[in-house]
Ligand binder design. Structure first.
Ligand code: 6CS
Ligand code: FE
Length: 298
C-alpha cells in the first residue's frame, strides 16, 4: 500500500499537507449528528472538542472506583499492559482495558460516544487502543509533543487519518497538574519526523517517546500557525475528543493532584491496520488492535 504519510525516513523533517478530511461525514448532514454545527465547526477547525459534564457525577464516581481498583490490583503485577513511570514504580498507564475489563468494555460501547465518533469518522468504528493514563501526583512524567497518527501510521500501519481519541477526565484537570495541551489546527499538517524506529520501540516509547517527536522548528511553526496552544481544563466527567493527527503533549505533574484520564481510541472500520509503514514488526495486540471484533455502530 502506498505510504501517503512517510515519516522517520529522511534526515530532515518536513511538514506535509493532510490528505484526509477532518470530519468524514459530509457537512450537509450536520443535522444527523448528536452534536451541534458549532461543535462540529470547532472540531473541524481546531482538531479537538471538549464537552464538559458529559458523564454524570454518579458515572464519574463509578469510573473512578474502577480505575483505582484496577490500579490497586496491578500495583505489584509485572504485566506488559502495565507501563510504569520512568523514574519510579508508579503506574503510568494500563493498556487494553476495553477488552480485559467488563466495566471499561461498557464505557467503550457507550452509545452517546459512539454516536459522535460514528458521525466524525463517517462509518462504523472499532477500538484501536484503550488506556488509562494515571499521571500520579508528584511522579507523573510528561508525554512529549507528538501526533498519535504518526506513531499509529509508522508503527501500527494505520493507513489514513480516520481515527479519533476520546479522553475522559477522571480527575479534575487544572492548568497545573499536567493537562492535555493541543495545538489548534495542527491536525491539518503532518510532521514527517527524522530518525529510524528502533526494534520493539514500544518497550521504551510508552514510558518516554523519543522517535516521532517533532523538531522544535516544526512545533514552533504549528503553534504560530494555530495561534498558540489550547489546554482544555475542567472537572472530572468532561471529555475531549481529538483527531488522530492533532499535535498534543502534556507536562510532568509536580502537584499533589493526580491527572487520571481514560482514553478510548476509535478507528474507522474502513481504516483497519495494514503492515507497519516502518517495515518493522507489528506492535502487540494490547497496543494496536488487529483482531476483527464487534463493530460499534451508532
Ligand atoms: O504509541 C502509542 O500508541 C501511544 N503513545 C502516545 C504518546 N500517545 C498515543 C498512544 O498512547
Ligand atoms: Fe498521544
Amino acid at each position: 500500500m502506498e505510504d501517503l504519510y512517510p515519516s522517520r525516513k529522511n534526515s530532515q523533517p518536513e511538514i506535509l499537507e493532510r490528505k484526509d478530511p477532518v470530519i468524514h461525514t459530509d457537512r450537509s448532514k450536520d443535522n444527523q449528528a448528536p452534536i451541534s454545527t458549532e461543535q462540529l465547526d470547532s472540531y473541524e477547525k481546531n482538531g479537538f472538542l471538549q464537552i464538559k459534564n458529559f458523564f454524570s457525577e454518579e458515572e464519574v464516581s463509578d469510573m473512578q472506583k474502577a480505575i483505582f481498583e484496577l490500579q490497586d490490583s496491578k500495583m505489584d503485577v509485572d504485566s506488559k499492559k502495565v507501563i510504569r513511570e520512568p523514574e519510579s514504580d508508579d503506574i503510568r498507564s494500563i493498556f487494553h482495558v476495553h477488552k480485559d475489563d467488563a466495566y471499561f468494555k461498557k464505557v467503550a460501547n457507550d452509545q452517546r460516544i459512539l454516536d459522535i465518533v460514528n458521525h466524525l469518522l463517517g462509518s462504523d468504528v472499532y477500538i484501536h487502543q484503550s488506556r488509562i493514563n494515571y499521571k500520579p501526583g508528584f511522579k507523573g512524567k510528561e508525554f512529549d509533543w507528538h501526533s498519535d497518527f504518526e506513531t499509529w501510521h509508522v508503527e501500527d500501519g494505520m493507513p489514513r487519518m480516520r481515527a479519533v481519541s476520546v479522553s475522559i477526565a477522571l480527575s479534575d484537570n487544572y492548568t497545573f497538574n499536567g493537562p492535555l495541551m493541543l495545538i489548534p489546527g495542527s491536525q491539518n499538517y503532518y510532521v514527517s519526523c527524522v530518525g529510524e524506529t528502533p526494534e520493539d520501540n514500544y518497550k521504551d516509547s510508552l514510558k518516554k517517546q523519543k522517535v516521532g517527536v517533532p523538531d522544535e522548528e516544526s512545533l514552533r511553526w504549528l503553534a504560530e500557525k494555530g495561534g498558540g496552544i489550547s489546554v482544555p481544563t475542567g472537572k472530572a466527567g468532561s471529555i475531549t475528543l481529538f483527531e488522530s493527527n492533532t499535535m498534543h503533549g502534556s507536562t510532568s505533574n509536580m502537584t499533589p493532584y493526580p491527572r487520571n484520564n481514560l482514553f478510548m481510541v476509535y478507528n474507522s472500520v474502513e481504516n483497519r491496520l495494514v503492515e507497519p509503514f516502518s517495515g518493522g514488526n507489528a506492535r502487540p495486540e494490547y497496543i494496536a488492535v488487529r483482531e476483527k471484533q464487534a463493530m460499534y455502530s451508532g
